[in-house]
Design a protein around this ligand. Structure first.
Ligand code: PMP
Length: 289
């Protein structure tokens, strides 16, 4: 039988201590399960070290503040807990998931001020997020769902509630044989994929959407820095759907996705070109350095 995420050997850090993997459970009346009061991080460790661990810990705390709760651990304490989980996992390369949420308690309505904030960290082995697409160029569907306005939801948070439309978009994409979906935003501009940011190349210049209503990914910021170090012009701006036709190359960035070339978005085709391969290699070298 296929391995499931609830039935594994190992330990998970939960509220300050390590518990056996199968015992890392929550009650059914957990506030987060009903009202999406949870924030999380996706991180990768390479050669036994989590890439940009501290930035991720700080983002977790900020995401929680954006959805109105405080993570009861400092960024340094979160860093130490993640390092412990990684060490216990025995994995040199791993995906690390930290999550903080409003637990079960005295409140079961929408308001939840009296319920405890809880936190957990797990690590597991996770290969290329898009499988073979990583090398051949991923095929992307175009989602019918739009990234919402920051006046609708705290769109800069890495919060569970923002992923409802991502899961639906990805299911629709997979049903069409695609690896993921590209989403437009509420104004009709190109936004991102369901769990990764997007970049385009035209005439040697890189273009990427301005992250004003979606996550400004840590990988995105890293890749922009690497491109600029190479002397390549990067334009962060609003990108119109009509522009997709004229772009030559495209890639996605994210902790899980790393740098993944894109071959197709709907009917638009892109080549896995020299710059795409170069930036993917440079990123790989950096995370392993
Ligand atoms: N956008 C979304 C919706 C994501 O889930 C992710 C993955 N965390 C990203 C962008 C990329 O963020 P990062 O590079 O920090 O992993």
């Amino acid at each position: 039988m296929a391995e499931t995420y609830e039935d594994r050997d190992g330990v998970i850090w939960m509220d300050g201590k390590l518990v056996p993997w199968r015992e890392a459970n929550v009650h059914i009346l957990t506030h987060a399960l009903h009202y999406a009061s949870s924030v999380f991080e996706g991180e990768r460790a390479y050669n036994g070290k989590i890439f940009k661990s501290h930035e991720h810990s700080e983002r977790l705390r900020k995401s929680a503040q954006m959805i109105d709760f405080e993570v009861p651990y400092s960024a340094e304490e979160i860093d130490a807990a993640k390092a412990l989980v990684l060490k216990e996992s025995g994995l040199p390369d791993a995906y690390v998931r930290a999550i903080a949420w409003r637990g079960a308690g005295q409140d079961m309505g929408v308001a939840s001020a009296r319920n405890p904030v809880r936190m957990a960290i797990a690590a597991w082995k996770w290969g290329a997020y898009y499988g073979d697409a990583k090398f051949q160029g991923a095929k992307l569907d175009i989602s019918k769902w739009k990234r919402p306005s920051p006046e609708t939801i705290p769109s800069a948070a890495k919060a569970a509630g923002l992923y409802m439309i991502c899961t639906m978009s990805k299911h629709a994409a997979e049903a069409k044989g695609c690896s993921d979906a590209m989403m437009f935003d509420y104004r009709g501009y190109v936004a991102e994929a369901t769990g990764a940011n997007i970049f385009f190349v035209r005439d040697g210049v890189v273009h990427t959407p301005l992250p004003d209503c979606f996550l400004n990914g840590i990988t995105r910021q890293t890749v922009i820095g690497l491109l600029r170090q190479k002397g390549i012009e990067v334009q962060e701006r609003h990108i119109m759907p009509e522009e997709l036709e004229g772009f030559e190359q495209c890639w996605l960035t994210g902790t899980a996705a790393e740098v993944t070339p894109v071959g197709k978005i709907g009917d638009y085709s892109f080549e896995v070109g020299a710059l795409t391969r170069d930036i993917a290699e440079t990123y790989e070298k950096l995370v392993r350095s």
